[in-house]
Design a protein. Structure first.
Length: 64
């Protein structure tokens, strides 16, 4: 379960970092489309990481 939790958190962190890069790139180029996509990716990455920290341990209790 800890491996699954680590993988989900790492996936969320990667998505969040990618979103932050797109967001900063959008601000640098004054591109509203890139800013919007970057913000969505950043929030999605945070959501995936939150699921990894809260939901995965609950699933281990359900199946354990």
């Amino acid at each position: 379960v800890t491996v699954l939790q680590t993988l989900v958190i790492a996936l969320g962190a990667g998505l969040g970092i990618w979103g932050a890069i797109n967001l900063l790139e959008g601000y640098g180029n004054d591109n509203p489309g890139a800013k919007s996509q970057g913000m969505k990716q950043l929030m999605a990455g945070g959501g995936v990481a939150l699921i990894g920290t809260t939901l995965v341990p609950l699933l281990s209790g359900l199946f354990g």
